[in-house]
Design a protein around this ligand. Sequence first.
Ligand code: 5HY
Length: 280
Amino acid sequence: MRIKLINPNTTRRMTEAMGRCAREVAAPGTEVIAVNPTMGPPSIEGYYDEALATPGLLAEVAAGEREGCDGYVIACFGDPGLYAARELARGPVIGIAEAAMHAASVLAPGFSVVTTLARTCGMAWHLAERYGMKRFCRNVRATDVAVLDLDKPGSAARRIILDECRRALDEDGSDAIVLGCAGMAELCAEIEDALGAPVIEGVTAAVKWTEALVALRLSTAKRGDYARPLAKRYDGALASFSPTGDDAAAERGAGQAARDATDQHAALAQDDAGVTRVNA
Ligand code: 5HY
């Protein structure tokens, strides 16, 4: 099976790190394709960033339909464009916040989310509410470490995140931690070792959940809310995103946006001929 892991921001080193984590847990026979759009914000730290990351994300899903992907992971803790992506995709689409919160809710009676900037805490609470996870979520804590500082060499990010996780277990009445950023995926194991409590990050949780649904031959419902977008001609800069409405066209990965996304990755692959390609 082919699972497309989409980092909705444009920072490739984050995409490569998520791809490494995902491939470590993927089952034999599961190909993980880790991509990011080449248009949009380099990090997502608020609603505006999220809104403008979404077109690039959706272009990747549309391209994935053309490339024959079986499932998708939206690898940003805000789960941006999740429902819109489900309209485009035949296979399952899982958001990392959704996956991490659900996993935590069956591993402990209560969990705390430890995330990046304080301004994203409200977004995490909204997601907990939306997913019916509010009764398990004891608190959402910010570390005030910016997304792009998480892996900065020499930064105190690791220590700051670990200290905040410890405080969450001591003060929130939580028995598990959900890491609130895809950029924290590589820190998960060492934090769990240090805490001695379940620490869940969404990239791997979402990959395994998507894998399970695909293995069960389950796909996204194509009637009702997640039916394909209705055919209409979009105006202006988004004209290339105009949905055609019909399955056949979607099968062909219709829409210039999908073709652009695929072509951009081919171009990037050529550029990177010398280095590791961001695609399993
Ligand atoms: C993420 N932003 O997972 C979120 C984390 C956050 O660019 N990737 C991002 O701070 O909301």
